[in-house]
Write a new protein. Sequence first.
Length: 219
Amino acid sequence: MPKRLNLVILGKQGAGKGTQCERLSARYSIPHVSTGDILRSAIQVDSTLGRSVASILDAGALVPDDVVIKLVEDRLEELDARGGALLDGFPRTIAQAEALEDLLGDDGIKLCINLEVPTELATQRLSTRRVCQECGSIYKETDVEAISGTCSKCGGDVIQRADDYPDAIRQRLEAYVSSTEPLLAFYEARGLLVTVNGDQKPDDVTVAIQSEISLRGLG
Ligand code: AMP
């Protein structure tokens, strides 16, 4: 049985988790599992799940634990996650973290990376973020793609996500503090927590994360 590399990436919305996960996924050949992306795809294709969670996402509130736990359970059973996965946006509550431990058993989480950024920076990144509805590429509001509304990679529409409007940003960051920050102590108590400064160039963040991973002999 190959060694499984299951990593949890924690951090406020806007900390840069998505960007770092894409890079780490390529580097360690493990899939980037983002519950936010899975939920948004369900909304996009208008599935039963999508219809039941759309208003929750728009408001920036949390989807019930049982719904996301089942999604992650199903996703981690897929073939490409046999060697591990990078979990982005999950767990977000203690109940989800406990369910994840039950799910992975002895072959559990190897490391929890806390990508730390000040709230003001997270708010500023989220409010100026634009995203391609087709391929998910991220742009800044001043990029030509955001101004023209057309993605240069796939031609899709570039929009501001409903949950990147000010009220929803506030709600999401509050939910992070009340529901997700307690996870730092949860993983700290298990000796799995490492904090990386997310307020630096993306390349420098990647180097910092990779050195924490190799320091522990994980990759
Ligand atoms: P994200 O892209 O990770 O910021 O997620 C977008 C939205 O999806 C969140 O604001 C929540 O409404 C929902 N969501 C994603 N992951 C979870 C989770 N683990 N638990 C509850 N809701 C989630």
